[in-house]
Design a protein. Structure first.
Length: 454
């Protein structure tokens, strides 16, 4: 008998069908036992005779045949799509047994380290699954918006030469006895691809060897990147960014209603036009509101980002705001300086609910100016010869931006820690297991070997 997805069971009232999934919970009531069976689509109540249910425990993987019946009126569950029906089991096959779970999957009251240590198990939790259904929609919406806007997708490399962008926050790897690095960004490659397709995007894993453990940084994350040529103004980039973000919010409302309900989340407020402020203007407003004086700082502090988002919400009814004109010395060599004041750049960050989620700006497209800036930033043009070919042979006015997928997920869903928005997070303390645990195990093994030798 062909398997029926649990979400489709109401369509088969009165029929005998086969469903498969994990035992979510078991309730014993005298001679009758109730199972809640879970598959990827929904949960279904199963009515089991005692002889069929003997020895079956939570998280067992089961295949169950039976007749779909209407539930008694007093047992209807309005919170489930299958809440008006149940399956009267006539046959149960155990496909795989489960050990006793380390904690209750349905009501996980555990610390974040414990949750991540048991990630293969905790990902089955309804709330955690909802996070990644939302994240899938974010990526799909990003891709669909750009494809409809004549952008071409390409795949940027994850392994780059030493001349890519440099800096201390890179992971060096041994590449056939040569030095290479894990990419910090697809930036140089998407600029090259503007000379091919004019409008491009890429969805890539990128790597930052940041020596810090915060609630908003990861060592490996997904970057949603785009670059576009023949722009009339650097503000064209913010217009495209606004379109993407608004489409993401709309698609989440339309396609992830159930997941947002499970997470208890409301999509961020956004005004008809997302407000735009220069960084120095934002710092003045923050000073007026808080008397905290960061007006000479080259960037917004985390508490400043939260404060200016509160300002935007109060004044414009928007939980998002663009901050523009960051100092030239704090932006990469390829960032276009403001012709009216070359100490600042035609660049921007988009802040959402108190944290930056997008960074972008216009790029220098003049070959000689790019070379000049490479030298000014303390690098050698010959180390960028591959990249510079794109400019040597003509590059139109262009720019782009990058959206941190996990960061945007975190801010939309109001999660406490960005690790909750990564299926398998990597940071300076974790590669699946905590590195301290791995180190201890390795140390114990070495000590054990020494004892044996003695």
């Amino acid at each position: 008998m062909k398997r029926t997805l649990i979400s489709d069971t109401p369509k088969h009232l009165g029929e005998t069908i086969r469903v498969s999934g994990w035992l979510n919970s078991r309730r014993d009531h005298g001679g009758i036992i109730f199972f809640d069976l879970r598959d990827n689509s929904e949960i279904l109540q199963i009515v089991c005779p005692q002889n069929l249910a003997e020895g079956i425990k939570e998280e067992y993987v089961l295949s169950i045949e039976g007749e779909v019946k209407k539930r008694p009126a007093n047992m209807v569950n309005p919170n489930l799509a299958t809440g008006e029906v149940e399956l009267k089991a006539s046959k149960i096959e155990i496909l795989a047994k489960s050990e006793t779970p380390p904690f209750d999957l349905k009501d996980m009251k555990v610390t974040l380290p414990t949750l991540l240590d048991h990630r293969p198990f905790t990902l089955r939790n309804q709330r955690i699954k909802a996070i990644f259904k939302v994240q899938q929609e974010i990526v799909d919406s990003f891709r669909n918006t750009l494809k409809k806007s004549d952008f071409t997708e390409f795949q940027a490399p994850a392994i780059v030469p030493a001349n890519a962008e440099g800096g201390a926050e890179v992971f060096r790897i041994d590449y056939y006895d040569y030095d290479a690095y894990l990419a910090q960004s697809p930036q140089l490659y998407k600029q090259i691809m503007v000379g091919v397709f004019e409008r491009v995007f890429t969805i890539n894993k990128v790597f930052r060897a940041e020596p810090s453990v915060t609630t908003r940084h990861l060592s490996e994350y997904v970057s949603l990147d785009l670059e576009m040529g023949f722009i009339d103004s650097w503000q064209d980039l913010m217009d495209v960014c606004e379109l993407i973000i608004k489409n993401i919010f709309s698609d989440l409302k339309n396609n992830c209603k159930k997941d947002l309900e499970v997470l208890g989340t409301v999509i961020p407020q956004v005004s008809e036009k997302i407000p735009r402020l220069k960084m120095r203007e934002a710092q003045e407003i923050i000073f007026e509101r808080t008397k905290r004086d960061n007006r000479k700082e080259p960037d917004l502090e985390p508490e400043d980002e939260k404060e200016i988002c509160e300002f935007a919400k109060e004044k414009y009814g928007s939980e998002l705001i663009f901050i523009t004109h960051y100092p030239t010395k704090k932006r990469p060599f390829y960032t276009y300086a403001d012709p009216e004041d070359e100490n600042y750049t035609l660049s921007f960050d988009l802040l959402c609910r108190g944290s930056e989620v997008v960074t972008g700006g216009q790029r220098i497209n003049d070959y000689e100016k790019v070379i000049q800036n490479i030298k000014k930033w303390g690098n050698k043009p010959e180390d960028f010869s591959y990249y510079l070919q794109a400019f040597k042979y003509g590059m139109p006015p262009e720019g782009g931006f990058a959206i941190g997928m996990e960061r945007l997920t975190k801010q939309i869903l109001d999660l406490e820690n960005i690790r909750e928005a990564s299926v398998f997070p990597r940071d300076m303390e974790r590669i699946d297991l905590r590195l301290s645990v791995i180190h201890k195990n390795e140390k114990d093994k070495k000590l054990g070997r020494k004892k044996v030798k003695k």
